[in-house]
Design a protein around this ligand. Structure first.
Ligand code: CKP
Ligand code: MG
Length: 312
C-alpha cells in the first residue's frame, strides 16, 4: 500500500435549484469525506490506497462503500455498523465564496470508530499515513483512534501526513486548537491552509506560521494560500510555488484534499518537493473547476495535460 487513510465519508446532497435549502425539492446525491477524497485522488493517479472507516449497515453505507471501492480504493478495513447510520450532509454553493455546509453526522457510524478499528499489520505496510483534523473532532473514541494510528505509524516508520482541516461546526475553537496542535507535534508533514495556520498559531505571516510548525515537530510544512498556490518550508529551504489561474471556479470544496492527493502522488513518484507542490496546486485547481468534491480529481493523463501547457 502506498497510502492508508482513515476517516468519515458521508452521502452528499446538493440542491439542484438555487436559493434557500428549505425550498429545494431536488438534490444530486454524491459521496464525500476529506480522507476518501484524498484516497480517490491518489487512486486515480495510479497509487495503491486503503481507506479505513465505518459506515452504517444501511443503504447509504452500502452505496458509499461501492462508490469508493469502484474508484479502486481498498475498502477491506471498512466496518458496517448495524447500530448507527451513515452520515449525510448538504452543500449549497451560493457562489464560490459563499458555500454552506450542513452536517447530519452526530452519532454516525464513523463517529463510533475507535482504536480497535485499526489493524497494525495493515497500517504498518503503508509508506504514508494520511490523517485529517476532522476525525478527532467526531468523538473521543475517534481521537483515541487517531492517536493509536500515530503510534503505529511511528513504530513502523510510516510517514505521517496531516491536514488540520479545521471544521468549526464540529467542536469548540479551544478544543480544536488544543487537539490539532497536539497532533501536529507528532506528524512528519503538515499541510494547513494559511487561515488554519493563523487560527492554530495566532500568526499571520507565512514564514512565522511555518517556523512555529517546524519547531513543533513536522520537518516539512506546506502552507496553502488558495489561488496563489502554496509555500513549502523545511529547515533549509522555502519557496512559494505559484498556483494555476482558474477563470471560473465552480465549487471550491475538496480543493485542499485534491491538493494533498496531488502533492503526495508527487512524493510517491519521486518528485522534488517543489514539483510535488506544483502537482498539488494543479490537482487542487482542477477540483475547483467541477461541481462536487471528488468529481474533478484528474487521472494521470489529465493532470499531465493540465500541467504541461503551463510550464512550457
Ligand atoms: O478542505 P476540503 O474542502 O478539501 O475538504 C472537503 C471535505 O470531509 C468534504 O468533502 C467534506 O465531506 C469534509 O471535508 C468535511 O467533513 O467537511
Ligand atoms: Mg481542507
Amino acid at each position: 500500500m502506498d497510502v492508508v487513510t482513515v476517516g468519515e465519508t458521508m452521502v452528499l446532497f446538493t440542491p439542484i435549484s438555487k436559493g434557500q435549502l428549505r425550498n429545494a425539492h431536488t438534490f444530486s446525491k454524491t459521496y464525500a469525506g476529506a480522507e476518501s477524497n484524498v484516497a480517490i485522488g491518489l487512486s486515480r493517479l495510479d497509487h495503491q490506497v486503503g481507506w479505513i472507516s465505518r459506515v452504517g449497515h444501511d443503504e447509504f453505507g452500502k452505496s458509499v462503500l461501492s462508490f469508493i471501492r469502484g474508484e479502486g480504493v481498498d475498502t477491506s478495513q471498512v466496518q458496517l455498523d448495524s447500530e448507527a447510520a451513515t452520515g449525510v450532509f448538504f452543500k449549497e454553493v451560493r457562489n464560490p465564496k459563499d458555500v454552506r455546509v450542513t452536517y447530519y453526522r452526530n452519532g454516525s457510524a464513523a463517529s463510533r470508530m475507535s482504536a480497535n478499528d485499526l489493524d497494525e499489520e495493515y497500517l504498518k505496510k503503508a509508506k504514508y499515513l494520511h490523517l485529517s483534523g476532522i476525525t478527532p473532532a467526531l468523538s473521543a473514541s475517534c481521537y483515541e483512534m487517531v492517536k493509536e494510528a500515530i503510534r503505529i505509524a511511528k513504530k513502523h516508520s510510516v510517514t505521517i501526513i496531516f491536514d488540520p482541516n479545521v471544521r468549526r461546526s464540529l467542536w469548540s475553537e479551544e478544543q480544536a486548537r488544543r487537539t490539532l496542535l497536539e497532533i501536529a507535534e507528532n506528524v512528519d508533514i503538515i499541510l494547513p491552509g494559511i487561515d488554519e495556520g493563523a487560527f492554530l498559531l495566532g500568526e499571520k505571516e507565512p514564514e512565522k506560521i511555518a517556523k512555529r510548525f517546524l519547531e513543533l515537530g513536522p520537518s516539512l510544512v506546506v502552507l496553502k494560500v488558495g489561488a496563489k498556490g502554496a509555500y513549502y518550508f523545511t529547515e533549509t529551504e522555502s519557496k512559494l510555488v505559484p498556483g494555476y489561474l482558474v477563470e471560473h471556479v465552480v465549487d471550491p470544496v475538496g480543493a485542499g484534499d485534491g491538493f494533498l492527493a496531488g502533492f503526495t502522488s508527487g512524493l510517491l513518484d519521486g518528485l522534488q518537493i517543489e514539483e510535488a507542490v506544483q502537482r498539488g496546486n494543479a490537482v487542487g485547481a482542477m477540483v475547483t473547476m467541477v461541481e462536487g468534491d471528488v468529481e474533478g480529481l484528474p487521472d494521470k493523463q489529465e493532470i499531465e495535460a493540465f500541467i504541461k501547457p503551463n510550464i512550457e
